[in-house]
Ligand binder design. Sequence first.
Ligand SMILES: C[S@@+](CC[C@H](N)C(=O)[O-])C[C@H]1O[C@@H](n2cnc3c(N)ncnc32)[C@H](O)[C@@H]1O
Length: 318
Amino acid sequence: MTRTHIPVLAGELIDLTGPREGDNVVDCTFGAGGHARLMAVRIGSAGTLVCVDRDPDAEERFEELAAEVACRTRFLRMDYTDALALLAAEDFTADVVYFDLGVSSMQIDTRERGFSYSYDAPLDMRMDPSQELDARTVVNTMEERQLSKVIATYGEDRNARAIAREIVRRRKKAPIETTAELVAAVEAALPAAVRRRFGGSSPAKRVFQAIRIVVNDELEDLERALPGAWSILDTGGRLAAISFHSLEDRRVKHFLADRARGCICPPDLPVCRCGRTPEAELITRRSVAPTPGEMADNPRSASARLRVARRIDTGETG
Ligand SMILES: C[S@@+](CC[C@H](N)C(=O)[O-])C[C@H]1O[C@@H](n2cnc3c(N)ncnc32)[C@H](O)[C@@H]1O
């Protein structure tokens, strides 16, 4: 079992968020702490690093990091939306808040957690193992049409209908219990010519991604968390997100663009009536992708996209 996680777009995240000595930083997706460790070095002993993750394995990793770094540290084992609400209730203000979305290599490589199509394991895929909904329930109970929609949308898989049909056909005979049984259902749904097109990679990859997104409610959770992250930023503070799925990146892009927008009055109005002023300055006008070198060293980074914005003074008082 490999337990390493190479932080993605790490240099770019540090350069574009620019953490300084004494800053308050919130890592919403601690994982194995690769990014957090780099932030800790920058903020030094006067800084505070709050780390959040809903996975208990991440908390173990945090204990190791906390013993090694000079800054004040705190771990919140909970959903990042709840953690951000908690910090807001404590009037905590942050100079940097960031998300590194999706699943960690630690989670994928821990076979028994069922995130990977490469190992046979019970169908689980929960980032928070105390959560009730798991992949087994989704695969065995979701209505066929919904399953097909999920595979098409979150998995961006053109064969979604055939795959959903095959899953439902099989589960009528006996529940699909393991990752290998799900892989077998996906493979059986595809004609040999289509299977061959995948070459070395598995046709189940996209289906696993889709089911994982549903199990962990990843897109809705991100949508809920972004306003919370923005609300705890000090003026001048930076919000960053690394996405691995176009639907995640789209949510981040729209959220930041909306904050960066000023007046929204119709162009034919002679004077502004909306009174809206921008709250954000986009540090990245376009998303930042890994360099070819990073993608070669860490193929899991290939779909990563980073966006960063700074909170600016709107001139409002009170
Ligand atoms: C891609 S990994 C982060 C890796 C980390 N940046 C590093 O360098 O090691 C994403 C992590 O976010 C956590 N996570 C995802 N969604 C979450 C949520 N809604 N609340 C809390 N943690 C979440 C996952 O459990 C996982 O450990």
